[in-house]
Design a protein around this ligand. Structure first.
Ligand SMILES: [Ca+2]
Ligand SMILES: [Ca+2]
Length: 165
């Protein structure tokens, strides 16, 4: 009986350990709900940001819930300067039809547009998704070739290789 209890306890510890291990993110990445998020503070175009994320086995962050959105906004609590952050949403292929790029889903389960956005303003249009500090990091569509900071996202389970991340 005692041996059985010890075995169960040991199993519980091992499960807890493996769970903790699976949730670990590399240094500089933040963990939330099974994913790791890395902030790219060097401003680049949306396409460049997507490429950088891809090279390190990630995608531009895709926001699937209010909780995930609040987590991301929380990363910028101390930001005082005007900041735009690229996310992985675009309507570049079909104006007004916003999709997440990783799976081309045609609707967002969760959306957090600022009032009067998306606006598709200016002659070049605005086809790439940002969180914008001036809108308290609510969403704004922006011109894809402008340079902004960005957030990459990857599954924490995949976070065990030698590649950066
Ligand atoms: Ca647009
Ligand atoms: Ca806009």
């Amino acid at each position: 009986m005692a041996a059985g209890i010890i075995a169960v306890s040991l199993l519980a510890v091992l499960l807890q350990f493996s769970q903790t291990d699976a949730q670990a993110c590399k240094e500089g990445w933040e963990h939330f709900n099974g994913n790791c998020y890395g902030y790219g503070d060097t401003p680049v175009s949306w396409t460049e940001a997507a490429t950088i994320c891809s090279v390190i086995g990630a995608t531009l962050a895709e926001v699937d819930s209010e909780e995930e959105n609040e987590f991301l906004v929380g990363l910028f609590d101390n930001v005082t300067s005007s900041t735009r952050v690229w996310l992985g949403g675009t309507d570049i292929l079909n104006e007004g039809n916003w999709v997440w790029v990783s799976n081309r889903r045609h609707i967002f389960p969760f959306q957090n547009w600022h009032s009067n956005q998306p606006s598709d303003s200016n002659s070049a249009g605005e086809d790439c998704l940002t969180m914008y500090s001036s809108y308290k990091f609510q969403w704004d569509d922006a011109q894809c070739d402008k340079v902004n900071t960005f957030i990459c996202e990857k599954k924490s389970e995949e976070d065990s290789g030698v590649i950066v991340g």
